[in-house]
Design a protein around this ligand. Structure first.
Ligand SMILES: [Fe+2]
Length: 344
């Protein structure tokens, strides 16, 4: 894996920069912050910029990079919340969130989904008791099966970022890429053809909208969000036919989420199973430590999480998550303006 460990002077430089930015902005959700974030990222230490720039340009086969060595104040960030809806740590972990967004801006543009985590840009990943058995980042008791993030959607992220704030139990993130050399030319042909449908995962479901958000929507109305949920319902009831592999035949990209995928015929199913087996055989685990920022190339590598027993006492594993696109413009028809970050 591509890895960079920050030196003491780099940590100091990052802290000085994020503290200065935190004086200007209350939250990473502020439009003024997202407008300037790429500009701020130019002030990060050169070694960090070079590392992320080369990860982006060289597209290493394992599709993952890790920046570690940033110290997290375990008391200062507060307890792991029981729900993401309150954004209780908006101030407490603001410098860390700023750092994470700045790193992300060196790979792409951060964006949000109107239908996921109430449209926030910065997602939280920690166990929620009511989601215990769900295929969600906020689940725990079941393995989160490996997947391409938002595989069902044409505007899915190019990169998925995960920043660890706390992980005392050492819960593992799983990562893997297929070994296409183990497949026949016929199987590859099938995987390049639109012989599959992929349904939206539950994180975009209306039932996972928070009660706070739902109440405000019912009181004030939000026609755009209603349209966004309607789009998700349509993608669920009539998902488009897609291929699993795309791009260059010699070095294809992947769109892979077997849990939510239905092959349209037996041959397509057999090819998908063969591909999935090569991912299972290559799956490896990374236990993120506080301060680690992991970026996954969502076109090359799948990710998941091992099952674990949550405690719900404020000490559970807590990650922040960011979606990043190389090209915000391709989704302009699904956003309310050129610099708007929320995908409808
Ligand atoms: Fe995911």
């Amino acid at each position: 894996m591509w890895a960079l460990s920050l030196s003491a002077s780099e940590v100091e430089a990052v802290q000085a920069l994020t503290r200065e930015i935190a004086l200007e902005h209350q939250s990473v959700e502020e439009p003024q912050f997202t407008r300037r974030a790429t500009l701020y990222a130019h002030e990060l230490p050169r070694r960090i910029r070079q590392f992320l720039n080369e990860f982006k340009l060289l597209e290493p086969a394992d599709g993952v990079c890790l920046i570690s060595g940033y110290p997290i104040d375990n008391t200062g960030i507060g307890k792991t919340p029981s729900h993401w809806k309150w954004k209780l740590d908006a101030t407490a972990s603001l410098p860390e969130q700023i750092m994470f967004v700045l790193y992300g801006c060196l790979l792409g543009e951060p964006f949000a989904w109107a239908t996921q985590q109430d449209g926030y840009l910065m997602h939280d990943v920690f166990p929620i008791e009511g989601n215990k058995y769900d295929q969600l980042g906020t689940g725990s008791e079941q393995t989160l099966w490996w997947h391409t993030e938002d595989a069902f959607h044409p505007y899915r992220a190019d990169y998925l970022g995960l920043m660890c704030l706390r992980n005392p139990e050492g819960v593992a993130t799983t990562l893997g890429s297929p070994d296409l050399s183990r497949l026949s030319q016929e199987q590859l042909d099938v995987l390049f053809q639109p012989r599959y449908v992929i349904k939206p995962d539950e994180s975009h479901s209306e039932k996972n909208e928070s009660d706070l958000h739902k109440q405000s929507r019912e009181n004030n109305g939000d026609a755009l969000l209603n349209i966004a949920f309607e789009k998700i319902r349509k993608l669920y009831s009539a998902p488009p036919q897609v291929s699993i592999l795309f791009g260059d035949r010699q070095n294809p990209y992947i769109c892979l989420d077997p849990y939510f995928t239905t092959p349209l015929d037996d041959e397509a199913g057999a090819a998908l199973n063969a591909l999935a087996q090569t991912v299972d055989d290559n799956l490896h685990e990374v236990v993120l430590q506080p301060g680690d920022c992991l970026f996954v190339d969502n076109y090359r590598t799948v990710h998941g999480r091992k099952a674990f027993k949550a405690r719900y006492d404020g000490t559970d594993r807590w990650l922040k998550r960011l979606n990043l696109t190389r090209d915000l413009r391709k989704s302009h028809g699904s956003r309310c303006g050129p610099e708007m970050r929320v995908m409808l």
